[in-house]
Design a protein around this ligand. Structure first.
Ligand SMILES: C[S@@+](CC[C@H](N)C(=O)[O-])C[C@H]1O[C@@H](n2cnc3c(N)ncnc32)[C@H](O)[C@@H]1O
Length: 193
């Protein structure tokens, strides 16, 4: 929260501390304050991709923030991964953690997910596979009509997003408009019947 109110827009550059966020939610899974929320969420995302029904070449994650957890379970099922966020601070934090000198290695998240599958695989293999597939970390603002601010991307086969579409809009109508825009303009539709 920023000054007692919910974060929005520019607050994510000025009042959101990526280190505290990652350490609180994604490092100590026994953290009593958040009460086991992330193991629950991580297993849920893992179970969706484990079915093998969700797959494709190109994946877009919207509002990745400072941690790429929502795309990690998808790594074996897609080829090209595009990460995005409104906040330049979070984009830099994520880039540094994955490819630069950032201290964060997300080992808790990778280890948790690897232990749900083939426990013999080192978590670093999943981490390396993720890095190989990331095509970039791009600016994005869900509240604009042109959410990629002038950049053009071919349609995506898979879109993931976590705790972003539900924090950016301030009302249900805006939420619906964003969802419709993503469905109509960014997602490649296939005939599944
Ligand atoms: C609570 S964090 C969630 C981060 C991560 N996806 C997760 O699940 O832990 C919310 C993220 O949404 C981003 N965000 C907020 N408003 C946004 C907007 N209008 N467009 C795109 N991203 C936005 C913030 O910068 C922040 O990184």
């Amino acid at each position: 929260m920023a000054d007692g109110r919910l974060l929005r827009d520019e607050d994510y550059n000025t009042h959101f501390d990526p280190d505290t966020y990652v350490e609180t939610y994604y490092t100590d899974f026994d953290n009593a304050v958040v009460g086991g929320m992330m193991p629950f969420v991580l297993k849920g995302v893992h179970d969706v991709f484990k079915t093998g029904d969700v797959k494709g070449t190109r994946l877009l994650d919207i509002g990745t923030g400072p941690v790429p957890y929502s795309v990690i379970p998808a790594v074996p099922f897609v080829q090209d991964i595009y990460l995005t966020d409104f906040s330049a601070v979070n984009r830099k934090y994520l880039y540094d953690a994955l490819f630069g000198s950032g201290k964060q290695d997300y080992s808790s998240v990778f280890e948790f997910l690897v232990n749900l599958n083939d426990k013999s695989q080192p978590w670093t293999k999943l981490s390396d596979d993720l890095k190989d597939k990331i095509c970039g970390i791009f600016p994005c603002d869900l509240l604009q009509d042109d959410i990629f601010k002038g950049s053009y991307f071919p349609l995506f086969d898979v879109i993931t997003t976590s705790l972003c579409m539900d924090v950016a809009p301030q009302d249900v109508d805006t939420y619906g408009k964003i969802a419709k825009g993503i469905y109509q303009n960014i997602l490649k539709l296939v005939d599944i019947w």
